[in-house]
Design a protein around this ligand. Structure first.
Ligand code: SAH
Length: 232
């Protein structure tokens, strides 16, 4: 069964975007995953196809209406649809490789992309949306965040990556940041490739890589380390 993504957006033209190219694009063409970009505006009921309104209580910006979004979600994800419903949101739980893996193992995802100040809280509660953040910064809309999430998921789908081993060795897969990489030329601007990598001694190479990974994780991402031990 292929991974089915339904994206609710005011800008369906943004999809598949970057995901129409390279590995993800080929997998999309091959039917390993599918992408349905749904125009939220099609579910507006007034003549002007309004999707947003002024915030209750006052303040700047506009808020996406619960009633219009509910119609769009119910169309994309009728009762019985087993796919998780995600809302891209800077208030959400930061996306992790573990969550990406879970999503990739499932039937797909329904993804709501916010715009303006965000969406009416009642919609989030009434449709049980899981808020997902791609980092502690503010985007102008949820679309680039949805593309980021889907890119991370699609590369894990069976058959998408040529070399499956490289997926398991990436940063975060073992709770560590990845060791540095080198390739030819043997010397670049006076900097040689570390000697151990040229030794042909696979045990020594593995130990060196592990040590580099640990040192990098401890200095750059102490949050991944607990009580001097690597998490995960
Ligand atoms: N007023 C909101 C920000 C709205 S940004 C706040 O302060 O929290 C508009 C939309 O962009 C959001 O509804 C969300 O869908 C998307 N977005 C912005 N930053 C994001 C992030 N870091 N991760 C995921 N989605 C984000």
């Amino acid at each position: 069964m292929s991974f089915a993504a339904s994206v609710l957006t005011l800008y369906p033209e943004m999809f598949p975007g970057a995901l129409g190219l390279s590995l993800a694009g080929r997998a999309l063409e091959a039917g390993t995953w599918s992408l349905d970009a749904i125009q939220i505006r099609d579910f507006a009921t007034d003549r002007h196809r309004t999707v947003d309104d002024t915030p209750a209580g006052g303040g700047a910006g506009m808020v996406m209406r619960a009633d219009v979004l509910a119609k769009a979600i119910d169309h994309a994800s009728p009762p019985g649809d087993a796919r998780p419903r995600l809302l891209m949101s800077p208030r959400g739980k930061p996306l992790t490789q573990a969550r990406v893996r879970e999503l990739a193992a499932g039937p797909g995802a329904v993804i709501l992309c916010g715009r303006f100040e965000g969406v009416d809280q009642r919609l989030i509660e009434a449709r049980g949306l899981e808020e997902v953040s791609v980092g502690d910064f503010i985007l102008s809309g949820g679309e680039p965040a949805a593309l980021v999430l889907l890119d991370a998921v699609v590369r894990l789908l069976p058959g998408v990556m040529g070399n499956a081993v490289s997926g398991e060795e990436e940063s975060f897969e073992n709770g560590l940041l990845e060791h540095p990489h080198y390739t030819r030329p043997q010397e670049f601007e006076g900097r040689p490739i570390p000697e151990v990598l040229m030794s042909g001694n696979h045990k020594k190479i593995a130990a060196w890589r592990r040590a580099e990974s640990e040192a990098l994780t401890i200095t750059r991402r102490p949050d991944l380390v607990q009580n001097g031990k690597i998490k995960g």
